[in-house]
Write a protein that binds this ligand. Sequence first.
Ligand code: APR
Ligand code: PHB
Length: 389
Amino acid sequence: MRTQVCIIGGGPSGLLLSQLLHKRGIDTIVLERKTRDYVLARIRAGVLEQGFVNLMREAGVSDRMDRESYVHDGTVMSRNDDHFRIDFTHHTGTPVVVYGQTEVTRDLYDAREAMGGKIIYNTDGVTIHDAKTDAPYVTYTVDGTEFRIDCDYIAGCDGFHGVSRKTIPDNVRTDYEKVYPFGWLGILSETPPVHHELIYANSDNGFALCSMRNANLSRYYVQVPLTDQVEAWSDDRFWTALKSRIPGEFAEQLITGPSIEKSIAPLRSFVTEPMQWGRLFLCGDAAHIVPPTGAKGLNTAASDIHYLYHALVAHYLDGEAEGIDRYSEKALLRIWKAERFSWWMTNLLHQFPDQTDFDRKMQSAELAFLRDNDSAQAVLAENYVGLPY
Ligand code: APR
Ligand code: PHB
């Protein structure tokens, strides 16, 4: 087989890139090691920057998102019972959109299949060959039969555990990583959200986040020690912990119910440099990971896709090389700013095991300054809604 761009990974990054390129007449093949249903069963975050929304519109995949998403003009932040609101739209003129990543991925799969996009599922042993030449190719097997795809370029959209990043030699690549000493225990419950906007809560009992998917589907998180197992967390224990970490006026009105999904995820910051090697380009989680505190996971994948999409269109349609040559440089500039914001929000809102009383006083003072200072709120708002591409 032959294609112009071989995309490894059928998550949001790979699907969005494939859809955008297809609409500009650029041929792609997506290789996904799982099935569509497996990918769609993953529970992920749900806050979209306007930049991501714009890309989905450009890709022609925004109808259901426009119908079913929620526009949020701000968020609540709290320190024990004290809480305040950050008004995104007042400070930046831009809201965020709340729409589950699972739904984003579902819409992208539907669009790909409606346009006859080539997605090959259940691929094993994907291997990238000759990325540093003008004739790269990818091999893989399906049900034991080996296949080869010759291509012009390879987009590594295969997430943190994929093969693309590891194809760049260790002596070429530099990995930057920070692992946080706690995880997030998240649940989905078919209950109305406790508030119409998100609540990021710092408390003496630890961090909590109140989010949502729709009017009767709530998404809640509490920080837990890395040693905790999800089996040790009954629904009652979860609700009790959540109520002890959000302001009392919200805790009193919290409607609890059985969890329909419950899992613990570790938190890490990670970036690999460079994000390209010859004709291989890394996008999304293949190149970087953020702690979910800043809601940047999907939104950092979006800016990678924005840069690579425009670079490939300029190359194929206008014969320009600058976007291709400078992809990694451009993508990393925005990635590191999102990493910084996610790291800052994580340090601001969580209880760290080795924190001293002085450290906790610094956290309280920073939250008090954020509560009382308009400029500080504007800075948080600008980062949360998404810095320019
Ligand atoms: N071959 C083929 N497909 C692979 C391989 C491989 N060797 N390794 C991984 N994949 C697939 C995975 O099954 C997954 O569907 O690549 C896809 C990668 O998708 P994501 O991990 O969702 O990464 P990305 O598309 O960059 O989306 C980033 O997803 O994980 C969240 O928090 C993250 O919101 C962020 C977003
Ligand atoms: C979510 O809705 O899952 C969510 C929202 C905001 C975050 C993280 C997760 O920062």
